[in-house]
Write a new protein. Sequence first.
Length: 344
Amino acid sequence: ELVVCSSQRAPSFKSLTEMAMRRAATTCGNQLRSQTGIKNAAQGFVENTGVTGEGFSAPFGVRHASRQILQQRMKSVGNIAKITAAMKMVAASRLRLATVRAVESRGIWQPVARLLGDATDADVPKNITVPVTSDRGLCGGINSGIAKVTLNTQKVVAAMGSAENKSVSMVMIGEKGRTQMRKNLGNTYDSVIVDATKIPLTFNAAGLLADHILKTEFDAARIVFNKYKSAMSFQPTVATVLSAAVYEKRCEATGMVDSYEMEGEDRSTLLVDIAEFQLAAVLYNGMLENSASELGSRMAAMDSSTKNAQDMLSKLTLTYNRSRQAAITTELIEIISGASALEG
């Protein structure tokens, strides 16, 4: 049995792979040596990834974003997504009780409104507007809607009828409304009530707010609030409450309460009590309706914010992975190019 031995050894798979990589590295190195090749490679890399990797220079004014910055941004966006998701859960858990209270409070002022009416077109000298807004932000556009309706209401009341010595002022409820309407209606502020929506509302608390508003000695008060319709929708509403003196004049002119039998006190005293009760009831219902609308709007806003944060996190993760792969590829090319240069 003869064994033939050759002086030349057959190339292994490893050596063939190294030769192919060296050829590719040599070709890439020749292209990168030219100025045009560098420019094309840099522009193509930036167009594909949007960032440059660590250790890769960014020519021609390309902005450099390192992987460390991307990691920090990914961490911050992830934390924001957790916070907005938690705020959505809290708003959803509080919404049910707020909705029940808002619906039940409608039965307090609606009988009085049927008795005395809702005189939105009352032309009286002393007018006051009471916008009900929130003290907290991150609740969508409920305060913007109230601001628009309040501004339009002020303009309509100022241009309405021919009452002498007409004045239009405002009692603001809520910190966000004060900030948002300060530019256009700041000169009409009579007083501002803050932190009233941060505590659980009771009818006694609404009565205290009504006592404060009654000190302005108005003829007509227009309460602007968001009426709750569903978790995704609400409607800006204006409820008008007149003073006892104006109700007395309207009763004498129209006889709207003559069909009711009254016992004990005279009509003037009874109208004073009814007007004060109506103001407190409308404020109580308006603040509960606005609170339910605020929670529904915050739940929708936080859900949208969470989705946006998750989308941004996905894009940042993709950019980070591309940057990392580009840096690894660049290092491999440099190593192979150096080995090829030493052998050549």
